[in-house]
Every structure is written in structure tokens, then in C-alpha cells.
Design a binder for this molecule. Structure first.
Ligand code: ZN
Length: 129
């Protein structure tokens, strides 16, 4: 395997919850109405910094799909799946699209609020003049 190239996204983005790598742009979000066995999931036009696992036929609520798990390329955690093919005509719009599970990603705004909480308040200078 070659080197891992991490793509930095510009603009509001979703990141891997585990290692904070950029995974998708908020602008590429198609739908928040998806569901996985672990809870809510979001459909994106595109995702970056992910590796695609072995493809398999998976029966879902909306029909049979060819999907592959996607893993964060930095920490290896499964963060969702990619629709490689949809067998139902009405589901064709999902082909080539990515689903990220809500439990595996953080919204950049969440990330910044966490960061803010972690930051210690400014300590006033106690040196006597
Ligand atoms: Zn990660």
C-alpha cells in the first residue's frame, strides 16, 4: 500500500468521530433521513478519506442494493457504506453515493463546541507588579 493522502475539505464539513479526519462536506449532504442498524445515517454525494471494503448484495428496506462498507482511511473505523448499485429503478439515485452513520461522524460545529469546552479559560496573570 502507498501513502495515505488525507484530503482537507474547505467549508463546513463532517469529520470522523474517532480521529477528526474530514469525511464529507455539508454541501454534499443529500438526505438525513437514512437509517442504519446503529441509528441515523446521512446520504452524501461524495465522501473523502475513506476506503471501500468488499462489495456485497444487501437487502434493505428500499430493496436490494450492491453496497460496500466504507472505512475512515486514518483510523480504519467503519463509518458507513457506499451504494455501488441499486436494483430498484426508484433507488438509482443512490448509486455512487455514500452513507455516513451519524454515530461515527461529528458535525464541524459539534467539533468546535467540543474544542471550545476543552480549552481552558484564560487565566489572568497573577504576577505582582
Ligand atoms: Zn477516523
Amino acid at each position: 500500500m502507498g501513502r495515505i493522502f488525507v484530503v482537507e475539505l474547505e467549508g463546513r464539513s463532517y469529520r470522523c468521530k474517532f480521529c477528526k479526519t474530514h469525511l464529507a462536506l455539508a454541501d454534499d449532504l443529500i438526505s438525513k433521513a437514512f437509517q442504519s442498524h446503529r441509528g441515523k445515517a446521512y446520504l452524501f454525494n461524495n465522501a473523502v478519506n475513506v476506503t471501500l471494503g468488499a462489495l456485497e448484495e444487501r437487502m434493505m428496506i428500499s430493496g436490494l442494493h450492491t453496497v460496500g462498507d466504507i472505512c475512515c482511511c486514518c483510523c480504519g473505523q467503519i463509518v458507513g457504506w457506499k451504494y455501488e448499485a441499486a436494483h430498484e429503478k426508484s433507488q438509482k439515485y443512490k448509486e455512487g453515493r455514500f452513507v455516513l452513520e451519524r454515530v461515527c461522524i461529528v458535525d464541524e460545529t459539534d467539533f468546535f463546541s467540543e474544542f471550545f469546552i476543552d480549552t481552558r479559560p484564560t487565566i489572568s496573570d497573577s504576577e505582582d507588579a
